[in-house]
Design a protein around this ligand. Structure first.
Ligand code: BG6
Length: 494
């Protein structure tokens, strides 16, 4: 992994959309954690750019409120004050060049000799183009190669728009300046998956079609769309989660060992997986993908409204808040092994996991015992809320009969005295240090769009009706029809 020398580290971090959801939920807590871990260089300033008519004092008040709500455990006063002191608030309009002139002046007169700046687009995709063009107009895309721009997913809303966005970025920035972020790659378990697969000789020989029956990737959320109707109603679960986060998880599960743990080596392997996914034929979309929208229901015993009743959502919206899909990877390792992916909002609980089900043993030796058939082995990698790995294996039950029972071997990745961090800490540090290993290359984005494109196109014309599921359930029952065989079923619990 390549990182920059200290004197090349950026000294300003600009957050566009500083008062938005992403900044509050993810960026501010992550930056604070980096401060607490003494990983931010002393000279780093953070410019919070937003439309609200605030000044720096009001902004700092906001940071206090946000962190009070989101940082668990005690915050250290000295660390907190040091963190707040880094911020400057800049009121501006993303579409107005004058605001960028103000930003440029601020950056020039920041006080310290500044080698470079990070621009973080924590804004709606529809606003990316204006920001990129305006940065160029005032010359903030330079120095080329040093100033960086961080682009959040979804990268475009289909293949065509992704290409246009990429072209636009490349007109004004070099590829080394562009950091396409998918924060799932920063999650501890996802990185651990690389270690689990490639540092354990025990695992790798089993990781293929000869032993694995199918793979399930679930990212279930109990939250609704919060205050993001404007964005979400255009995006839907397929664009918001499956095309990026779940596809990335799939590539990490399925990829071949890279020649080195370097940005391009890793990304080459991920692209090979995406290229090997069998395209879903137009007429087969129904058999490969299920969508649904949450109706009213209850979460943790509290009643919640349906998606169509959420503020800002059209009452007759057919945007999906749930998607389940089946893909095949047509290569030597995975041919014939279905990968089932699903994600949804307002599901029964907040849980993300990768569940690998192994094949039945070739000989049913224990058929004559009370146990009719032996349940298959599972490897379960839990991403959140807990970060752990479980293996389900059979052992003999003590006693006179030849009964078996399933035992779970649990390995928590985190020791009790270790603090777990969100994915953004790692990724923000990587942006600052210039390490692109965990960021997405455009061909990954492009191939991932190709995979989901037939589904998007099909749903785009079926606009009259969308099945619903009660909030607090596991999604539409219809999702069970994706399975290739009767002995496959969604795994909801670890
Ligand atoms: C974001 C999606 O990328 O990921 C959200 O836009 C989703 O809709 C979020 O809630 C989930 O990420 P995490 O890290 O909070 O599980």
């Amino acid at each position: 992994m390549t990182t920059l020398a200290d004197d090349k580290l950026p000294c300003t971090f600009v957050i566009f959309g500083a008062t938005g959801n992403l900044a509050s939920n993810k960026l501010l807590p992550a930056l604070y954690h980096l401060e607490a871990a003494a990983r931010l260089s002393e000279s780093l300033n953070i410019v919070a750019f937003s439309r609200r008519d605030w000044d720096t004092a009001r902004w700092r008040e906001h940071v206090r409120e946000v962190l009070a709500e989101r940082i668990k455990g005690r915050t250290d006063d000295a660390v907190f004050e040091r963190f707040l002191a880094r911020f400057v608030y800049l009121q501006g309009d993303l579409n107005d060049v004058a605001s960028y002139e103000g930003l440029a002046t601020r950056l020039q007169h920041g006080g310290v000799a500044c080698s470079s700046t990070v621009f973080y687009l924590a804004i709606k995709p529809a606003e990316f183009a204006a920001v990129v063009q305006n940065l160029e107009t005032v010359g903030l895309n330079k120095p080329r190669g040093l100033n960086r721009i961080v682009v959040e997913k979804p990268f475009g809303e289909d293949i065509e728009s992704a290409h246009m966005l990429n072209q636009l970025l490349h007109q004004h920035f070099d590829e080394e300046q562009i950091f396409r972020i998918d924060h799932f790659l920063g999650k501890e378990t996802v990185q651990n998956l690389l270690v689990f697969r490639f540092a354990n000789t025990l695992i790798e020989p089993l990781w293929n079609r000869n032993f694995i029956d199918h793979v399930q990737i679930t990212v279930a959320e109990s939250i609704g769309i919060e205050k993001r109707a404007e964005y979400y109603d255009r995006a839907g679960a397929l664009r918001d989660m499956l095309q990026n986060h779940l596809m990335q998880l799939l590539t990490v599960v399925a990829m071949e060992p890279p020649p080195a743990l370097e940005a391009d080596a890793l990304r080459d392997e991920k692209v090979k997986v995406l290229r090997s996914i069998r395209p879903v034929a137009k007429r087969a979309v129904h058999a490969h993908a299920i969508r649904g929208q949450y109706a009213r229901g209850s979460i943790d015993g509290e009643p919640v409204v349906g998606y169509a009743q959420e503020a800002g959502v059209e009452r007759n919206s057919v945007t999906e808040t749930y998607v389940a899909a089946k893909f095949y990877i047509d290569n030597w390792r995975w041919r014939g092994v279905p990968f089932y992916l699903r994600t949804g909002k307002r599901l029964a609980k907040q849980t993300s996991m990768i569940a690998i089900r192994f094949r039945h043993p070739p000989q049913q030796l224990f058929r004559e015992t009370p146990l009719e058939s032996v349940a298959p082995n599972w490897v379960l990698l839990s991403i959140q809320p807990e970060e752990s790995m479980r293996m389900e294996i059979h052992v003999k039950q003590p006693g006179l009969d030849m009964d078996t029972r399933v035992m779970q071997m649990n390995a928590s990745f985190v020791k009790t005295d270790e603090q777990t961090l969100d994915a953004y800490e790692t990724l923000l540090l990587d942006v600052i240090e210039g390490d692109r290993t965990l960021f997405i290359r455009f061909d990954e984005v492009e191939w991932a769009w190709r995979v989901v494109d037939p589904i998007l196109k099909h749903w785009a014309v079926e606009r009259e009706y969308i099945p619903t599921y009660p909030a607090g359930s596991w999604g539409p029952a219809d999702a069970n029809r994706l399975f290739d065989s009767d002995d496959q079923a969604w795994r909801n619990e670890l």
